[in-house]
Design a protein around this ligand. Sequence first.
Ligand code: NAP
Length: 316
Amino acid sequence: MSRVLVFRELPVDQLARLQAVHEVTVADPRKPDQRAAYDAALAEVEGLIGSSFKIDIAQAPRLKVVSSISVGVDNYDLAALKARGILLCHTPGVLTETTADTIFALIMAASRRLVELAQHVREGHWDKNIGEDLFGWDVHGKTLGVLGFGRIGQAVARRAALGFGMPVRYYSRRAVEVPGLEGKAQHGSLDEVLAGSDIIALTLPLSEDTRGLIGAREFALMRPGAIFVNGARGAIVQEDALLAALDSGHLRAAGLDVFATEPLPLDSPLRSHPKLTALPHIGSATHETRHRMAVLATDNLLAALAGRTPPAVYSL
Ligand code: NAP
């Protein structure tokens, strides 16, 4: 039996799997009334499971494994984990299609002004046929640029190329052959993809290489009237530069699921910009996918604490 700290809510069936074999503390450090319990448990535990919180592993001297309920691992100090030989597990694959759905929903919402027009109806302004001032922009047939061409980027590209007849260009460190997308997705440099696309979808991981990667220079390279969508991590984008590109009219619209600071501060101009569709980081947030993520994260933790190889280890 090991000591385990659950630092974000787990579905009851997965919590029960852990409690059947380990001594489990549930404490969410984001909730002020649970912070002390979190700090006390961190000092004792061998295993951690949760997400969306920066853990100070210096406070966890007995830690052997961190099981993140996420695919992105930007919240963790990878060098410190590696130096101490702590295993990091994550949940790749099980959220790919759901996150691609979210990114495609943002593409559709930004291009066809869905949120703005639904609001128009809801607020009682639909008293005559809409005019050109409220028309949208076609998605089908446009060129999609995908930044980062891993699991999620490829899933977005499949939707675009196979469902919407969109030529795809992508930026990644190497060219990849994706079954079903032969001849439909063209590899290029970052600048080539930015300059050669109508709609840009960001799916890169946040790392020291990608932090702040998309700034004023990159927005200026995008085609006039382009649409920019971020379904990856907020800190990859310089948000001031994005706002400037929207305000100047260079970008037509943007859709963001993620932000440098989450939840978005109440006074953030990103909350209410008329050309911006903002979502509260819902990339993987469906009942089915969040449960699949919890199952995989629990499988990872149970395997690691039993001395077996977990199904999804992040390679440090
Ligand atoms: P993945 O399969 O690892 O794909 C990442 C891709 O980015 C790979 O093609 C990788 O290619 C490329 N890449 C990495 N660093 C790069 C760099 N510096 N320059 C160019 N290309 C680079 O990951 P995934 O499952 O698709 O997930 C991607 C990210 O989405 C996650 O890291 C996470 O932050 C985010 N995400 C967000 C949500 C949400 O709720 N909005 C949900 C899930 C995931 P190479 O390494 O081969 O070059």
